[in-house]
Write a new protein. Sequence first.
Length: 263
Amino acid sequence: MVVADSVFEIKGLARAIAEAPARLLFPPVCAGCRRKVSEPGTLCGRCWSKLRFLEKPWCAVMGTPFSHDMGEGFLSAEAIADPPPFERARAAVAYTGVAREMVQGLKYNDRTDLAPWMARWMLRAGAELVAEAQVVVPLPLHWRRFLSRRFNQSAELGRAVARMAELPFEPEALRRLRGTRRQVGLRRNEREDNVRGAFRVPPEAEIHIRGRRVLLIDDVYTTGATAVAATLALKRGGAAAVDILTFARVLPGDFRPDEAAPI
């Protein structure tokens, strides 16, 4: 036991020495405000206090938090009036303040280093979904947007989630067939029309999802129209069930018209 502890300490010291030059050249900064912090990907105390984690009690289907406990399995009015084709949706944090800065940093400022940290919070929020998932699939970008952005933020999150959960990761299982308009400012029927038929499971990818429970990953859940369209495509491709897991969720009253609409 003493020998094992000594080996562990030596490895830790060697790792710290190896990482020292990088820390001097690129000191870790807060994922929210860019102040210096002790570890990469973490938040400073000020930003941490502004982060709103989504906790129970929430709608068993939509994951929308309730102001007080309504009882086990209680559903929101949204889930009752318009049941979604997916089984459950969960998000780690509310899409406000620091969370919005992190999403935009990942998506628009090439902060792919944030993905593993965001994925850890997603795993915590979606523990029940992850426990039953059989394959992880990210929401795809249209190829034109992928070329302009150079990476898919949903795939970065999905890859990290799959690795930590030790689940198969299938980034090519779902394709976006056409570009879509921004969902912001569109009425409900317009949002649905905008993404209808936008996704497809390629025939060669059906083997990876057929009969399996799919965990669909994206950065933000906004209106739900894209999640519905992607879920329907996955089910047409043979998926047995689909759950949605995102880093952030736009809650009623938090919607901003200047934001692009993700899932």
